[in-house]
Ligand binder design. Structure first.
Ligand code: 6PG
Length: 249
């Protein structure tokens, strides 16, 4: 396992620019090597500015969008047009503006009222797309993640069994603190990625970020600590406010 790389930015603009540069580079590398780029998008506020930047002409034109396949790391249990839908956010910020074929957009179909069925269907979709055998996990080229002030990432929340899942690709944990179901990729899927980028901004996340990166291992309290790619690398892109307690950055 490689040590995580921590990049600190004074301004959100610079962070977003660096993230877009990384995204384009990974896309070009993957497409050249394997003919396609598989990327997992996250919800949350920080990636929103990345999607908006990628949608601008200068950035958009650097990517061969018909070779890009988009997936989601997690989703709220709502229909795709709901204002809290992660899919909808990506659609508004990015998908409407780039020439990506509809069949390359692999959303989590969370309009189904049965959250377990939503997870099972997404798992089937992944197995089919990646042509996985039993006990195999997809290898995404890039996974984008955020982290909550409570240490959650994707929808792996403190104290939930999802954090310890080892066989399923997708689960639908009941999250007590949100009083709702979420649908999320599991740790073995995320950890099988080629590259993982975390976006963390804001002073309210500083203590959590320090605990996750420099504190004791305590997965049930800090699910983000479970993210350690087996054969890949993690980049933490953080702003100065979130990084202010770190001794290593
Ligand atoms: C979601 C996300 C989630 C998010 C964190 C951080 O659907 O909410 O995928 O894991 O990344 O909650 O969100 P912010 O960047 O908005 O703080």
């Amino acid at each position: 396992q490689m040590k995580p790389e921590i990049q600190v930015f004074a301004k959100l603009e610079a962070l977003t620019h660096a993230a877009a540069t990384e995204f384009v580079q990974k896309a070009q590398q993957a497409i050249q090597a394997r003919g396609r780029f598989t990327v997992v998008l996250s919800g949350g506020s920080t990636p929103k500015s990345l999607y908006a930047l990628l949608a601008t002409q200068l950035w958009r034109d650097q990517i061969s969008w018909n070779q890009v396949h988009l997936f989601w790391g997690d989703e709220r249990h709502v229909p795709p047009n709901d204002s809290s839908s992660n899919f909808r956010m990506a659609q508004e910020q990015l998908l409407f503006q780039v020439p990506i074929p509809q069949e390359n957009v692999h959303r989590i179909k969370a309009e189904n009222s049965d959250a377990q069925a939503v997870a099972a269907e997404y798992e089937r979709d992944l197995k089919q797309f990646f042509q996985l055998g039993e006990h195999e996990f997809p290898r995404f080229d890039l996974v984008l993640l955020g982290m909550g002030a409570n240490g959650h990432t994707a929808s792996l929340f403190p104290g939930t069994a999802a954090v310890h899942e080892q066989t399923r690709l997708v689960v639908a944990p009941w999250v007590e603190e949100l009083n709702s179901d979420r649908i999320t990729l599991t740790p073995p899927v995320i950890n099988n990625a080629n590259t993982i980028i975390f976006f963390v901004t804001g002073v309210e996340k500083a203590a959590t970020l320090k605990a996750v990166l420099e504190g004791q291992h305590q997965l049930d309290r800090l699910p983000a600590q479970i993210i350690h790619p087996a054969q890949g690398n993690v980049i933490w892109m953080v702003d100065q406010m979130a990084a202010r307690l770190l001794s290593t950055a």
